[in-house]
Design a protein around this ligand. Structure first.
Ligand SMILES: CC(C)(COP(=O)(O)OP(=O)(O)OC[C@H]1O[C@@H](n2cnc3c(N)ncnc32)[C@H](O)[C@@H]1OP(=O)(O)O)[C@@H](O)C(=O)NCCC(=O)NCCS
Length: 169
C-alpha cells in the first residue's frame, strides 16, 4: 500500500502533470495555489507518495471565513449568536486519477480536520464548510458533513464532531 507524505505546498513538487478529472481544480493547483499562499488567502497542503516525493497525488486548501447563522440548520443555529460566525473553509480537495478510490481522499479529509482542530484552539471556528462539486457532495456526506438548508452542495462539519474537548476547552 502506498504511504503518503502530507505537507505544505513547495516548489519541488511537479504540479504540471496533476489531473483529478476536474479542469478547474487542475488549473487551480498548477497556476493559482502558490499565489494564494503568498497572499495569505489559503494554505495549500499536498500529498506525495513517500517513494516519489515530487509526484503530486492530491491536495487540499484551508482558509478562514464566516457564515451567517440564517444559513445554518435551525437546530445548530439556535446554539449560536445572531451575527456571522467564524468557519474554516475547505476550499478545494482533489486526488489525482491514478490515486483515486484508494483512500487518499479520506486521508486528506482527516488531515484537514486534524489541522482545523489544532488551529481552533487558537482561532475559534464553529466548523468546516465545503462547497462541493456535484459529484463530490456524496463523498463529504459519507464522512458526516451535512448539507446547509436549500444548498445540497454546501456542507458543514461542526467543530464539536472532530475536535477533542481537551483541545478547545
Ligand atoms: C472526491 C475525491 C476527492 C475522493 O477521493 P478518493 O481518494 O477517490 O476517495 P477515497 O478512496 O478516500 O474514498 C473514501 C470513501 O468515499 C467514497 N467516495 C469517493 N468518492 C466519492 C464520490 N464522488 N461520491 C461518493 N462517495 C465517494 C468511497 O467509496 C469510499 O467509501 P468507503 O470508505 O466506504 O470505502 C476524488 O475522487 C477527486 O479528487 N475527485 C475529483 C475532484 C473533486 O471532485 N474534488 C472535490 C471538489 S469539492
Amino acid at each position: 500500500m502506498t504511504r503518503f507524505h502530507i505537507r505544505q505546498l513547495n516548489k519541488s513538487v511537479d504540479k504540471t502533470s496533476f489531473d483529478c478529472g476536474q479542469p478547474e481544480l487542475n488549473d487551480y493547483i498548477r497556476h493559482y495555489a502558490s499565489q494564494d499562499v503568498k497572499r495569505n488567502v489559503a494554505r495549500v497542503f499536498i500529498a506525495t507518495p513517500e517513494s516519489a516525493e515530487t509526484q503530486l497525488a492530491g491536495f487540499f486548501t484551508l482558509s478562514a471565513g464566516s457564515i451567517h447563522c440564517s444559513e445554518l440548520p435551525e437546530a445548530f443555529a439556535k446554539t449560536l449568536p445572531r451575527y456571522p460566525v467564524p468557519v474554516a473553509i475547505l476550499g478545494r480537495l482533489a486526488v489525482d486519477v491514478h490515486f483515486q478510490g484508494k483512500g487518499l481522499g479520506s486521508i486528506l479529509l482527516t488531515e484537514a480536520c486534524q489541522r482545523v482542530a489544532h488551529a481552533s484552539s487558537t482561532l475559534a471556528v464553529i466548523g468546516i464548510i465545503v462547497d462541493a462539486k456535484d459529484a463530490a457532495a456524496e463523498f463529504y456526506r459519507h464522512f458526516g458533513f451535512t448539507p446547509l438548508p436549500g444548498k445540497p452542495n454546501k456542507l458543514l462539519l461542526p467543530t464539536t464532531t472532530f475536535a477533542p474537548k481537551t483541545l478547545i476547552r
